[in-house]
Design a protein around this ligand. Structure first.
Ligand SMILES: [Zn+2]
Length: 138
């Protein structure tokens, strides 16, 4: 029985290593300034430059998310440089009132949700920033 438990533990560890190489989560305050790369400032005042895929970059370029308390999952590409995982993995989350929320954009004319800022795909109206509880989406 003891051997059996050991094997299970080993299997769990190797499975984790295979699916999530070097993936980690950084937390801190998002600093967005126009014309500059978005920065995450940790509680220890460490500044980490953030990058991501195209929709993530658009979010990181949105002044409305400036100052948000965020959690980003991804990996360091260099000291002080962090690449956020693809947006569909929900790698960038906002901590708001003790809850983790997704950054989404909402058109209140067409009732269409988008995951990057910009004009509505349907009516071209500028979409509104809309933080959504992760629990509501699941
Ligand atoms: Zn619309």
């Amino acid at each position: 029985m003891r051997d059996c438990l050991c094997w299970l533990a080993l299997a769990a560890i190797s499975l984790h290593a295979a699916t999530a190489p070097k993936s980690e989560t950084v937390r801190g305050k998002l600093v967005v300034r126009s014309g500059e790369a978005a920065v995450l400032e940790t509680a220890e005042h460490q500044r980490i430059v953030l990058d991501g895929d195209a929709p993530t970059r658009k979010v990181l370029d949105d002044p409305r998310v400036n100052g948000f308390d965020v959690e980003a999952t991804g990996h360091f590409t260099a000291p002080g440089k962090f690449l956020i995982d693809p947006q569909h993995t929900r790698a960038l989350l906002v901590r708001d009132g003790g809850k983790l929320k997704m950054i989404t954009y909402w058109c209140d004319v067409c009732y269409i949700r988008a995951y990057a800022p910009g004009p509505c795909v349907c009516c071209q109206k500028d979409t509104d920033l809309d933080l959504r509880d992760l629990e509501d989406i699941r």
